[in-house]
Design a protein around this ligand. Sequence first.
Ligand SMILES: Nc1ncnc2c1ncn2[C@@H]1O[C@H](COP(=O)(O)OP(=O)(O)O)[C@@H](O)[C@H]1O
Ligand SMILES: [Mg+2]
Length: 337
Amino acid sequence: MEKSLMENWAKKVMKEIGFKDSERISVADQGSDENLRNLIYSGIYKKKPSVLKIYDEPRRIREAASLDFFNKNNKSRKLIGPKIHRSKELSPTRGWYVMEKLPADGYFLSDLNAPNPLTSSGREEFLETYLEYKKNFPKKAFRPLLLAEKLPAEEFHITRIHRWFEMASEREIEIELKGGKPVLDAKVFFPLYLKAQSLIKKEFKGRKMLWSHGHFKPKEIFFSPKKNIYYLTDFAHTYFYPEGYELGFMIWSDWLLGANWKVDFKKWKKGIEDWEKDVLPVMRKLKMKSPERLLRASLAERTLGAILADVTASRKPIKEKIGRLKLLIALLKDLAG
Ligand SMILES: Nc1ncnc2c1ncn2[C@@H]1O[C@H](COP(=O)(O)OP(=O)(O)O)[C@@H](O)[C@H]1O
Ligand SMILES: [Mg+2]
């Protein structure tokens, strides 16, 4: 939705429900003011510090209902979702909700060592919360499944990869038509692109599709030392994903995208190896079959995503694109070459 439209909608909602002293704390856009995903305000609702999140997502996630479903099913005392005070769904993609404000003494795990990736003890803490989440997250969906969620695990991945390929392709030609140079070297990339897809097809074949939070990363996990409790936030990505996807995803968010890309490959790769060492025991605890092979395939999937969607299709500066691609292609070679 266009920014001023969403702002007006938010104002109307605030007036209607008596949400006072509002202050905007977050804007999520998709590259421009033309198309916001959400606006978040902190304020007072029924005398309590609260947060209003108003959203217009591209996918039919039903964010508020998804958080509510988790809260109702969750039995954990260590990991909870923010309480919902009030909500309204206008459609499966549009709506708003007022939730409790996260405690003032706390922080997101990504902030602990910001702007750097997690430290070794940060990873340990994060992975413990992941196990707690796996124990308590509902196993079933509360809504009818989307077509993509019904795909076999390997086809789910391949379909998404092809979509990112299209996005990368569009951006590259746009750059070329403006007289620039495309960043992805097809001769180097294609053999690896095909090999990585074979690996993904083979390794994800027969794996389960699991109802997942979909964004389990340090930036969405909030800890309050005073209450000694973790909050799982941002239910805008709740979806069926292949078993093993979330493990690659956390490494992708913390390291593939989050780490300094101005270092040489060997130094950069060490961060991924550190993650692997910590993630594998978690996969064993969750009784995943062939964890090493699954993690490799999951990382290959995330590396393709990073190469195609996060770097090539992005509007990042050219120097950064080239620097990141150098590392990501070297990683893809290691994983699938
Ligand atoms: N309940 C809350 N209390 C306080 N701050 C919040 C709350 N929910 C979201 N925020 C703030 O807004 C940011 C974005 O929220 P999030 O739900 O993750 O939205 P997005 O979909 O844009 O990632 C968070 O990182 C946090 O700073
Ligand atoms: Mg978020």
